[in-house]
Design a protein around this ligand. Structure first.
Ligand code: DAK
Length: 255
């Protein structure tokens, strides 16, 4: 399998994905997210794969979504094109996925790791959701998953200040399953994935599905989300035109 932005390999029942845009600290651009979807589709349906390992380089797992790609985007195109929306499908997979994280895991990079079933961190890992410093908010589940894992106070403090935390702090607050020396990250990640791949496939996938139920949202959460999206619709020309057309008793002309 050949991809522009990542390397894909299969080792003893483990599908290994290595994010590979070192020149941009593995920033997640549209091409990388498309490649990630393709390779996950492949591993999800490959009978010989029992567990998936996602990793990056020693300096960065991924330093966020690609700010250079995002800088000139406008609303409502981001909404209409569901910009970066395909990243979410990492969390929908049925086979277990481990994130082996070294270096920076920031913004969308941290969110990608949080979508995996658990994180093994190298001792040089740094985690953070610095979006507030760019005038935006985490867009790939960071507020929800960080608050569920680390609690409301830690999630608020991290996302409102944009500060990063080291691997030891991430382990203390339940974000990572274990911390290992950087030199051992790859072997520990692979060995852990191998152990999972060697278990009953059915039992493994059922356990993943059961633990996944813990994160299912409530009605109140869905209603709040809907309200927020509703408010943002007032940023669109279509809302102005649609409502003015109603008042002026004429058909709306949407762009
Ligand atoms: N995007 C694009 N390029 C990046 C990048 C990024 N996020 N992070 C680093 N790079 C590039 C740098 O521009 C630099 O490229 P050149 O200038 O050499 O061309 C190269 O990688 C090396 O970076 P630095 O020179 O900055 O390296 P340092 O060691 O000095 O600093 C750093 C490392 C990680 C502290 C720094 O690069 C940094 O602060 N990077 C930005 C971190 C950040 O703000 N990340 C959050 C981005 S916002 C969504 C899904 C996801 C998202 C949103 C929506 N949907 C599903 C809707 C996510 C949003 C975000 O992640």
């Amino acid at each position: 399998m050949n991809f522009r932005t990542l390397l894909a390999d299969q080792v003893d029942g483990v599908g290994v994905i290595t994010l590979n845009r070192p020149e941009a600290l593995n920033a997640l651009n549209s091409a990388l997210i498309d490649d990630l979807k393709s390779v996950l589709d492949h591993f999800e349906y490959a009978a010989s794969v029992g567990c998936i390992l996602i990793t990056g380089g020693s300096k960065a797992f991924a330093a966020g979504a690609d700010v250079k790609e995002m800088a000139e985007l406008c609303y409502p195109n981001t909404y209409l094109e569901n910009y970066l929306g395909r990243l979410d499908q990492v969390a929908q997979r049925r086979k277990p996925i481990i994130a082996a994280v070294a270096g920076h895991a920031l913004g969308g990079g941290f969110e990608l790791a949080l979508m995996c079933d658990f994180i093994i961190a190298a001792d040089n890992a740094r985690f953070g959701l610095p979006e507030v410093k760019l005038g935006v908010i985490p867009g790939a589940g960071g507020t929800q998953r960080l608050a569920r894992l680390a609690g409301r106070a830690k999630a608020m403090e991290m996302t409102l200040t944009g500060r990063t935390m080291d691997a030891a702090e991430a382990e203390r607050c339940g974000i990572v399953a274990r911390v290992v020396p950087l030199e051992e990250l790859h072997s520990v990640g692979l060995e852990t994935a191998r152990r999972i791949a060697a278990q009953s496939r059915t039992a493994v996938m059922m356990i993943k599905e059961c633990i996944g139920r813990v994160d299912e949202g409530s009605l109140a959460e869905g209603l709040r989300f809907e309200r927020r999206i509703f408010h943002s619709v007032f940023a669109t020309p279509d809302q102005k035109e649609g409502m003015r057309a109603f008042v002026e008793k004429r058909p709306a002309q949407f762009r």
